[in-house]
Design a protein around this ligand. Sequence first.
Ligand code: ATR
Length: 272
Amino acid sequence: MADAETRLYGVIGFPVRHSLSPVMHNAAFKALGINAIYLAFEVPPERLGDAMEGVRALGISGLNVTMPHKGAVIHFLDSLSEDSGEIGSVNTVVNRKGKLEGHTTDGLGARRALERAIELGGRKILIIGAGGAGKAIAYELSKDNEVVVLNRTLEKAKALERFGIMGDALNRENLGKYLEWAEVLINATSVGMNSWETPVPTELLRKDLVVMDIIYKPLKTRLLTEAELRGCKTVDGLWMLVYQGIESFRLWTGFKPDEGLMRGAALEGISE
Ligand code: ATR
């Protein structure tokens, strides 16, 4: 039951009504006995500044930030973690005694998800997609692995070269070339979201490849289905969502919720 001590957390996005974050975080608060509640706030871009003033005025304890605010929210914060400053993206805000700190947990979420299937460090990783998510994942994984990013719009892939990440165009020829080299393939494009499409021709998937998709609708995308048929180890996008959520929760509370609990809550949220 909410009372005068209850702390408030939430996610801001536009749209945000299908977000699984409220069910995941509320399940975690309940399981850990933390007196807090997590809500979804649909904030149009032109009201972002007002919303962040509201966070300060009301003393909201923490936020997740999702599309389309991950970049723009930076203007309304007091400080940034090194990673979020480098990639220009914030998905977590921590209100520390009235000062708003920006962090990004997308990259770490992808790292933890991949670690379910393979030990990282010195791996050859091919990421397709250099949007917000692809960039965050590439930056994090490039700290201790060799990373190549292919993107439909070449300039966005090339922009990652300042982090020592090789960028190239997303086409069949490059997919063939880099998939011969890679040990891990990550789809960070939106191809396959709510559709039966795949960004990678099946015949290019080798059985010793670890394949991760960041899409979780459907949970088993066409890419993951075809990869499994080929004998690849796979990791679905819900694991990344769960682990980025766990990292946000840790930044807010210092506690680490159980991954099975978070995933179970998210799965129930998906099926509703
Ligand atoms: P997110 O925050 O989920 O990463 P985003 O920033 O909109 O979302 O990025 C979407 C990614 O999917 C981009 O890499 C985009 O490629 P472009 O940079 O060329 O736009 C990629 N994408 C979307 N539709 C695609 C398609 N039909 N084929 C290939 N890539 C596609």
